[in-house]
Design a protein around this ligand. Sequence first.
Ligand code: PNW
Length: 465
Amino acid sequence: SRDIPEPDLPAFPPEFLWGTATAAYQIEGAAREDGRGPSIWDTYCRKPGAVLHGDTGDIACDHYHRMEEDLDLLAGLGVGGYRFSIAWPRVIPQGRGAVNQRGLDFYRRLVDGLLARGIAPMVTLYHWDLPQPLQDQGGWQERDCAMWFADYASVVFDALADRVPYWITLNEPIGASFYAYAGSHAPGLRLGGGAIAAAHHLLLGHGETVAALRALGRAAGRIGITLNFGPTSPATQEPGDIAAAARADALATRWFSDAVLDGAYPKLLTDFYEPICDFTFVRDGDMARISTPLDFLGVNYYKSWVARACELPPPGERRATDLGAVTEPPPGAELTGFGWAVCPDGFRDTLLWLREKYPGLPPLYVTENGCCYEDYVDPTGRVRDAERISFLQRYLRAAAAAIEAGVDLRGYFCWSLLDNFEWTAGYSKRFGLVWVDYPTGERLPKDSYHWYRRVIAAQTLRCER
Ligand code: PNW
């Protein structure tokens, strides 16, 4: 592996937290084992046409049975942190009520295995896998779901709060609301105002959960939320395109961050949503609860877009994701295997923008950034993913530039440790530093794994000097 390029990066702060990220449904498998209940993704994967090739997370990377091997892969990488999510239906199979001790035990072993290897666990409490029984009661469209979530979080805190330094309430609530209730994610509904209410109830659950952890005192670790940022600019200078891009950008960058950091939804969009949403689900005190101060903000960044205007369905047929805008990659952009634009400058600018826009911004962690390409195992048994190395190199330079410009960025978690179940794309998109052979489950570190290991080692050496 001598031909893997040397990392070429400016120095990061000595205490910078290097890591990788995964999510429960995407890697665990063991969907019916040890008392786990069904989630909305188990159901959705069985809906014809919902997921490419009818793939499911039944086996996934079989991480549930290969946890020790995956812990060793993390240790071999030399990461200081690992971000994973806890499956609510493993801990409380019915969503509320009886706790499944065997589910909790799995995560206790995972946390202990990380700590034994000197790796800090960063735990996401909700990465989109709502227990199906709760969906049957209305899911996030129900205000009560916020309390069901906070109750589940409290069960997890009781078991693990003394050992987990970083908590994340929600991963990308946009995916769990707008895409789930008005798009192509589970449960696959196509709602208008109902999806906006779901988003509000997710945020309310976030606020209640922050309060629940706060009540345990400082020893219980730090808490934040992970939001996705997909900055969107107009494709042309036509007024219609400019207005369409402003709406798309408000949803893709500010709907959730304004609520959490400023205590209000962007007026541009609340005005636009007026024909489909009366916002009566926002009650007195909600926005204060939602904007409870956080210890850190998790930033997921994958790409930027440009948008043009398109026709809007009449209000009666309009979904929350219908913004009268179509998005596409910026012209001339290099694309990843998903057709997503490679735009490290957009990443740097997003980090700078966050600092400008929100005066009380807490420290940042990049909780996801990464790419998929047409990786393959070559005849010598190697995965030569030079494109991923180049991608990561450029994004890490952008992160360094943001730090240099004064952004309080404390860590970077590459998505993902393993190739895994990429939601509606099934197993067709490989984001891993480690190749997974489906369905034998065999792991093979890609060239990018070795490259990232050297990045981390070089940065760590710098801090020891
Ligand atoms: C994130 N988009 O999802 C999720 O947090 C991960 O679970 C996922 O595997 C990863 O990014 C890669 O997709 C996204 O369409 C899903 O812009 C869709 C989009 C962005 C992020």
